[in-house]
Each structure stands twice: as C-alpha cells, then as structure tokens.
Design a binder for this molecule. Structure first.
Ligand SMILES: [Zn+2]
Length: 205
C-alpha cells in the first residue's frame, strides 16, 4: 500500500514538473473584465517581439487604460519551455484588438522585429522558435483544450490584425502592425499535435 502511494507520488511529481505553470498574475488582473470560460472558442498565438521574460513582464505591467489595466497575454512561454500565467482564464486580457472577449492568448518569448518594429528596412522576424518552447506550447494547448472543451480554433495575431501603419522612417511606406508569430512559427507541428483548426470563428464582439 505504502509502496503504491510512494510510486504514484513520484509519478505525479515527474508529470507535474513537466507541465508546471508558474502563477504570476499581473498586479491589475482583478480589474480585467470577467467572463464565462464556456464562451471561449479560440487560442491566439503571439510572439512578444521583446528580448526576454523580464522585459515582457515590464511591458505587461504597464497601465495603458483608464480601467487601470494594460496589454498582455494570458500565458507566457520562455525559450526553455518554462510557462508563467499572467491572467486567469476567466478574465479578458487585452492582446488582440477586437478578439479578446472569447479567446485565450499565449505569448512566446521571441525577438520578432525587436527593436525596430516599424522600420521599413527591418520587417523580418529574426528568431526561430526553439523546440523546447514549441513542445511546451503543445502541452499547454492540449491542457487548455482539456480545461475548456469549447475551444476549437487557433490563429496567429497576424491573421486577426492585418492593419498596416506608416513606417517610422518613411510615412509613405506602410508596414504590418502585427507580424507575430510570423514565418518561423511551426503551424504544421501545432496542428498535427492538437485537435485545433486554424480558422477564424465568427466574430462575437
Ligand atoms: Zn501579438
């Protein structure tokens, strides 16, 4: 009996360590709007376009709106696969203009176009995604689908926000407002290892 208990404890410790999510809620998380998780339908994939987790945190904590909240994803995955949760699933995070209400968002730590996001000569996503980061993402996606079975769809930020803006260096040259997660992101792996489909659901907000 004791042996069985110890064995299951050991198994749990191993399994729990691999799917471990650090709870690291943003200071304003309880000012974000509440929602029913049964209304969730899509997971949006992002790249931070910043250097590291510390810088992502700093950006996430910035208060940008009158409500006392800012812009962030729900989950952040570092290059080594470690995961932090900034916003609870039942709160609406500000991550994709027009698509926040019924979506969860995952941010991958990745340079993207950093630090010349809107320079017309720098419109390239610079950094590939390490396999450790993608493996952690696949585990997290499957966990989220298990927790919220109404989630059927996934898209990248770039697929949902296709607006162009004038570049920093030349007002006559337009550049993409959002390019994340970008051309390095392995959609084939994500779609092969989760039940998600890469389709935009009907807009509900
Ligand atoms: Zn994004």
């Amino acid at each position: 009996m004791k042996k069985v208990f110890l064995l299951s404890l050991l198994l749990c410790l191993t399994a729990c360590a691999s799917g471990d999510i650090k709870n690291h809620k943003l200071p304003y998380w309880n000012k974000l709007g509440e929602r029913y998780t049964a209304d969730l339908n899509m997971i949006v994939i992002h790249a931070t376009e910043l250097t590291d987790m510390d810088e992502a945190r700093e950006y996430g904590e910035r208060v940008l709106y009158e409500s006392g909240t800012g812009a962030s994803g729900h989950y952040y995955i570092d290059r080594n696969g470690s995961i932090e949760q900034y916003v609870p699933d039942n709160r609406i995070a500000n991550h994709t203009s027009g698509w926040n209400k019924n979506t969860l968002s995952i941010e991958l730590i990745n340079l993207g176009r950093y630090p010349n996001w809107y320079h017309s000569d720098h419109q390239i996503m610079q950094e590939p995604y390490p396999q450790e980061q993608i493996d952690a993402l696949i585990i997290l996606l499957n966990q989220m689908i298990a927790n919220h079975p109404t989630i059927k769809y996934t898209q990248g930020h770039e697929d949902l926000d296709t607006r162009k803006i004038a570049s920093d260096n030349d007002p006559n040259i337009m550049v993409d407002r959002k390019m994340d997660p970008g051309n390095h992101f392995p959609w084939d792996q994500i779609l092969a290892n989760t039940p998600l489909i890469k389709v935009t659901p009907e807009k509900e907000e």
